[in-house]
Design a binder for this molecule. Sequence first.
Ligand SMILES: CC(C)(COP(=O)(O)OP(=O)(O)OC[C@H]1O[C@@H](n2cnc3c(N)ncnc32)[C@H](O)[C@@H]1OP(=O)(O)O)[C@@H](O)C(=O)NCCC(=O)NCCS
Length: 178
Amino acid sequence: MSGERIILRPLTVRDLDGPYRDWLNDYEVTRFLETGSFPTTPESLRRYYEQVAANPDNVLLAITDRRSGAHVGNIKLGPIHPIHRRADMGIMVGDKRVWGLGYGGEAIALILDYAFRRLNLHKITLGVHADHAAAVRLYQRLGFVIEGTLKEQLFRDGVFHDKYVMGILRADWERRRA
Ligand SMILES: CC(C)(COP(=O)(O)OP(=O)(O)OC[C@H]1O[C@@H](n2cnc3c(N)ncnc32)[C@H](O)[C@@H]1OP(=O)(O)O)[C@@H](O)C(=O)NCCC(=O)NCCS
């Protein structure tokens, strides 16, 4: 899938030897993520990859720079629930040099199109630290709404933080595009 600035392609085993592992060991990148609290070794990254990539309930894609081909992040849909036709979404733009340039927004727009028009899903959900302003704003701009707040659900920097559960329905996504 390609957009103006990025291409989404499958994450491959070769990507594990690139910058990916450094992102997971960078506190600035993983601050608001569930991953990253423990050090990521080549072995643990490989185990994670095999677990996720081997599971057909997940779609794990590399976000690459359209011009240079550089791997700049990942986006994941899953687990995909076939009965409820629902999936969670997670994104990490790991290359901090491209933050704020629209890569994340483009990756999410592409994966929503894939989720709704290709996989025929009904709803995409995600969880986010309530004080992760850049992410919350980005998700809202793309049509996600805050459906609920889980009080003091997440521990970060010595304090418990609220978590927003956000979602977007296919019908609402289609209405926005019309
Ligand atoms: C959150 C994240 C996905 C945003 O990706 P991105 O490529 O920087 O996003 P975009 O450039 O498409 O746009 C993001 C919006 O946030 C703003 N933004 C981006 N980085 C920001 C920052 N560090 N501080 C404040 N605002 C920021 C942008 O200006 C833009 O807002 P606008 O549309 O109102 O102008 C990315 O920073 C990231 O992956 N961070 C690390 C992992 C993470 O936190 N993932 C999300 C977990 S829920």
